[in-house]
Design a protein around this ligand. Structure first.
Ligand code: UDX
Length: 435
């Protein structure tokens, strides 16, 4: 039976959740404090770049099952279910900043009347949902509610696909009545046999961190193996392919690169390490992963300088600024560290990115010149640095690149170019872990 749902937060997680749940036939009101965002969404314009999202947004707006508002009180009063999908950015010490969560929880308490299921979709430190339970009990005495932890596993660039075809739905739920509500909300996924994991609140919270920290570890592992492969003359592609043939390892997330970025892995690894400190539990593996990932990003500018000689006065062209392909997101992108180091060493930085240039310029202003095409960015460059694995770079016209560049160094931190072709055109080509 369709449910009346409020989703608080229309960022990357909240917006995909609002659109997805309304597509399942629920009545969804998305809430945000930003009037401009709410107006854009109600007009059918997606405020984040996600493949397929705008079509789903427009389709569900048309059915009248989906709308957006800044009036959080009205949305909460009318909702049977509330999803909390606001940001939990890292604080200086690496722990998660929960001020946005607290603000929403207090609004929920102020508006709580009939039974309501409060579902935390945001990634929150282990123990936060238990705190929400205590806070609501204290601030809304006598009111009936249930708190549920329902972490998301959406990947940027594939968020719509991941919402409608998740590997599993994790539900930290300790109330039978809430469980019935959830089985209604997610019935569409049940019908396509997506496995549901029912557990307590802390288990659901830890599943999210354990999963993301493991993926970050796997990436860092293959990055270090790639560095070693380079040193010993082995080919990391063959190493990774052969590793992946072992069912226990799987071939996914074994692509070496300049280090992981994004709004999740850096934040979640720091948060789970901080939780370990809080409870006095050794999380040295994750702490090493965090440190090794920073080294991997620093290594890029060092290795480029090794290839080109001193960078001072040289022009370097970066192809790719987003933290990964198929997104415009530059949060914790390796390109940030790389550009900072290049500028510190006196290089001139030109760049191109099919989607993320505007976000990168917001950080670097005119210290980096972003161009509309790869070849404008390559003109006059002494070195080409591939940082993001956009498909269009895989087929870059290397002969034309050679013509417009003044130098012949290519450092391909994503191993997307044809090294033999590059070498045949007179380039000094370096990848990551390639012979
Ligand atoms: C991640 C998790 O995959 C997702 O389940 C969670 O909900 C949010 O965090 P996301 O951060 O969007 O998703 O990107 P992802 O595709 O996981 O890549 C994260 C980083 O790892 C990127 O910087 C990417 O370039 C890097 N990466 C990924 C590699 O360097 N090598 C790989 O093989 C895979």
């Amino acid at each position: 039976m369709a449910k009346r749902i409020a989703v608080v937060g229309t960022g990357y997680v909240g917006l995909v959740t609002s659109v997805g749940l309304s597509d399942f036939g629920n009545y969804v009101v998305g809430v945000d404090i930003n009037t401009r965002i709410v107006e854009k969404l109600n007009s059918g314009t997606a405020t984040i770049y996600e493949h397929g999202l705008e079509e789903y947004l427009q389709r569900n707006l048309k059915t009248q099952r989906l709308s957006f508002t800044t009036d959080i009180d009205a949305a909460l009063k009318a909702a049977e279910i509330v999803f909390i999908a606001v940001g939990t950015p890292p604080k200086e010490d690496g722990s998660a900043d929960l001020t946005q969560i607290e603000r929403v929880v207090h609004s929920i308490a102020d508006n709580l009347d009939a039974f309501q299921v409060i579902i935390t979709k945001s990634t929150v430190p282990v123990g936060t949902n238990r705190w929400i339970e205590r806070e609501l009990t204290a601030r809304a005495p006598g009111k009936e509610f249930a708190v549920v932890s329902n972490p998301e596993f959406l990947r940027e660039g594939k968020a719509v696909q991941d919402f409608f075809h998740p590997d599993r739905v994790v539900l930290g739920c300790e109330s039978e009545k809430a469980r019935e509500y959830l089985e209604d909300v997610y019935r569409a996924l049940n019908l396509i046999h997506v496995p549901f994991v029912w557990c307590n609140l802390e288990t659901a919270e830890l599943i999210k961190y354990a999963s993301n920290a493991f993926l970050a570890t796997k990436i860092t592992y293959i990055n270090q193996m790639a560095n070693l492969a380079e040193a010993v003359g082995a080919d990391i592609h063959t190493v990774a392919r052969s590793m992946g043939m072992d069912g226990r390892i799987s071939p996914k997330f074994l692509h070496p690169g300049p280090g992981y970025g994004g709004s999740c892995f850096p934040k979640d690894t720091r948060a789970i390490a901080s939780t370990g400190d809080e409870f006095g539990v050794d999380m040295s593996i994750i702490k090493e992963v965090i440190a090794a990932n920073e080294i991997q990003k620093e290594r890029v500018a060092e290795r480029l300088a090794f290839l080109t000689g001193p960078l001072k006065g040289k022009t370097v062209c970066l192809l790719g600024l987003a933290f990964k392909a198929e997104t415009d997101d530059v949060r914790e992108s390796p390109a940030i560290t790389i550009v900072q180091r290049l500028l510190e060493q006196g290089a001139t930085v030109n760049a191109h990115d099919p989607e993320a240039a505007h976000n990168f310029k917001a950080l670097f202003g005119d210290r980096v010149t972003c161009f509309d095409t790869e070849f404008e960015a390559l003109a006059g460059a002494e070195a080409l640095l591939i940082v993001t694995e956009w498909n269009e770079y895989r087929n870059l016209d290397l002969a034309r690149a050679r013509e417009v560049m003044t130098g012949n160094v290519i450092y391909d931190t994503r191993n997307v170019l044809d090294s033999e072709k590059a070498t045949s055109l007179g380039f000094v080509y370096a990848g990551i872990g390639r012979v």
